[in-house]
Design a protein around this ligand. Structure first.
Ligand code: BDP
Length: 583
């Protein structure tokens, strides 16, 4: 079941609760102002805002409008990282686990129309072997500088553990708090709970509408982009037949969107959708029957001040920069993004590989075995939320798990998730999990996916700086993959680059090296027909936890963190422009 995106229409209303809330870290007595939605971490020079591990409290008052009498009211949290407890006038009314997906809290029965109440949100940012993403509970740093066996270092690590520091098993800053919108919303008492649309290029759109009540008629109307009715149907389940359908194509100017307008009693809901089909055939990835080649950098939700906070201006800027790059896709590395970004990509024709927050599962042999149920639940919620977006063309179960140490055990962990994704997705999109640079000959998981996605750092973390050797080694691996007869995407590859650092000799960290590195990798990719995509790491520089390998964060961006292009951005703009001209 999905949690429908809140809407304002003739039947539904929302009140945005964004703005300045009261905030405190647990243990503090005084309250201070904090902006919502945004990560709290960069909103104060107090070092605890960056380093704090535990519960933080957000507080504000809100009023149910008197005019909402007789309606159903609820709070809708788009995401609170990494788990939340919700209190109304000091009394706990709900709890939610996981920091990247929405949840709702019903208010009827707890408040009257016209009443004002105090809302408290307790957000917990602790990460561990029981959360997604994973924290290592102090035993390994992400880029380990802790030499095992040295007594004083071991003692230091123990000292840290006792103080419960938060150690991410992933390479992005552990931004947290109320990072996406919070809304007060109202619907009629009998309401539309969920909508599922399964389009086909013939123009037949199968649909299913879930309602709060079994009684009452459901009407569905498909509107074209001009708002004219293109098809009608009635009943909770049925087919809309759109004559001469216009297809949603992943190209600028052509991502045609229809809207399904659903009526049920007093309630209305308008669900945009695109008519497109996605299929893997041999080593090709077909969108509307035509081979699609993925080219676009992976992203993060990351920017100065906001951290991982939802920022519509940033989203529009980034999408326009994707256009400028002649890029046609990204992967939501390494967690589901804010829904507004998918809406934008539906509209702009940018393709998304949608990823769960299962990252850091390489930490040690304890990883994940106990997480399977929760991981399955997150996958279900992600698919429930994103199933109708035409821009989503593939599901990623996670990023870089260790699949080689215990290859059979890893297969037994990932196989049921793979099957669940196919079962849960009404559109049955292809499914993958992103592979780490590892013993590809030993791993059983990556090769069992519909599309092989591999992250490779030949010439950077491996064979550092030697691009001749990098090419040689990468070609050897590609020879191996060619025999697997699956489509393959290079889903991460990159080189840390300090913007403005130049060298007549292209050495690591210079802008010249970043370009030379990408040229070398492009050369290998261009030789292979089964390679159906390239996703450089990363679109922009981004914040990470501190470490000896990170100078003010990860510098592998094609753009700086404030979105200024490095030389490599110009390189890809040319390369992908030529590629698109050929298609
Ligand atoms: C990969 C991870 C990605 C990192 C990247 C890097 O998937 O999250 O940021 O390496 O080290 O292993 O730059």
């Amino acid at each position: 079941m999905g949690v429908l995106y809140p809407q304002n229409n003739a039947a539904r209303m929302t009140v945005d609760l964004g703005g300045i809330w009261d905030f405190r870290l647990q243990g503090d007595s005084g309250w201070q102002p904090i902006a919502v939605p945004a990560s709290y971490n960069d909103q104060s020079p107090d070092p605890r805002f960056r380093n704090f591990a535990g519960v933080s409290e957000y507080r504000r008052r809100f009023t149910i409008p008197s005019a909402w009498k007789g309606l159903r009211w609820f709070l809708r949290f788009d995401a609170v990282a990494h788990s939340a407890v919700i209190l109304l006038n000091g009394r706990e009314i709900a709890a939610h686990r996981g920091g990247f997906l929405p949840f709702e809290v019903e208010l009827n029965g707890l408040m009257e129309a016209g009443e004002t109440a105090e809302l408290t949100v307790r957000a917990d940012n602790r990460i561990s072997h029981d959360t997604l993403p994973i924290g290592t509970e102090g035993d390994t740093a992400f880029f380990g500088s802790d030499n095992p066996g040295i007594p004083s270092v071991e003692a230091g690590k123990k000292w840290q553990q006792e103080r419960g520091i938060n150690r991410p098993a992933f390479d992005f800053f552990n931004y947290t708090g109320i990072q996406r919108p919070v809304r007060l919303a109202a619907t009629p008492k009998a309401y539309i709970r969920d909508v599922t649309l399964i389009p086909s290029v013939s123009g037949e759109v199968r649909y299913e509408v879930e309602t709060s009540d079994a009684e009452g008629e459901v009407l569905v109307e498909a509107l074209d982009a001009d708002g004219n009715a293109a098809a009608r149907a009635s009943g909770r389940k049925g087919v809309l037949t759109i004559p001469q359908p216009k297809l949603w194509e992943p190209r600028p100017g052509t991502p045609y969107l229809y809207t399904a307008r659903i009526s049920f009693g007093e309630d209305r809901y308008e669900q945009p959708f695109g008519i497109r089909e996605v299929r893997v055939e041999g080593t090709r990835f077909l969108i509307n029957g035509r081979p699609f080649r993925f080219h676009g950098p992976c992203k993060h939700e990351d920017s100065p001040f906001h951290g991982r906070g939802m920022d519509p201006c940033l989203n529009v800027t980034d999408v326009n920069l994707y256009r400028w790059l002649n890029a046609n896709c990204f992967r939501t590395s390494h967690y589901p993004y804010a829904e507004e970004m998918y809406q934008l990509c539906d509209r702009e024709g940018i393709v998304i590989v949608d990823e769960t927050p299962a990252v850091g599962m390489w930490a040690d042999e304890r990883y994940g075995w106990n997480l399977a149920d929760y991981h399955g639940q997150v996958l279900r919620d992600m698919i429930g939320r994103d199933k109708n977006h035409p821009c989503v063309v593939m599901w990623s179960l996670g990023n870089e798990p260790d699949t080689e140490k215990y290859p059979e055990k890893a297969y037994d962990y990932w196989r049921p998730l793979y099957e669940a994704a196919h079962r849960l997705d009404p559109q049955n999109r292809p499914v993958t999990v992103v592979g780490c640079q590892n013993r590809y000959d030993v791993d059983q998981v990556i090769r069992s996916m519909d599309v092989v996605l591999i992250n490779r750092y030949y010439g950077w973390y491996n064979l550092s700086g030697d691009l001749e050797a990098a090419r040689y080694a990468f070609r050897m691996e590609l020879d191996w993959w060619e025999k697997q007869q699956k489509p393959l995407i290079l889903s991460e590859y990159g080189a840390d680059t300090v913007a403005g650092l130049h060298g007549a000799v292209a050495e690591m960290f210079t802008e010249e090296f970043q370009v030379a590195y990408y040229e070398a990798m492009s050369e290998c990719l261009d030789e292979r027909d089964f390679v159906i995509g390239e996703m450089p790491w990363n679109f922009a520089d981004f914040s990470t936890c501190q470490g000896p390998m990170r100078v003010g964060g990860n510098r592998k961006g094609l753009f700086t963190r404030d979105r200024r292009p490095k030389m490599a951005a110009h390189y890809f703009r040319r390369r992908w422009g030529e590629m698109e001209a050929r298609e």
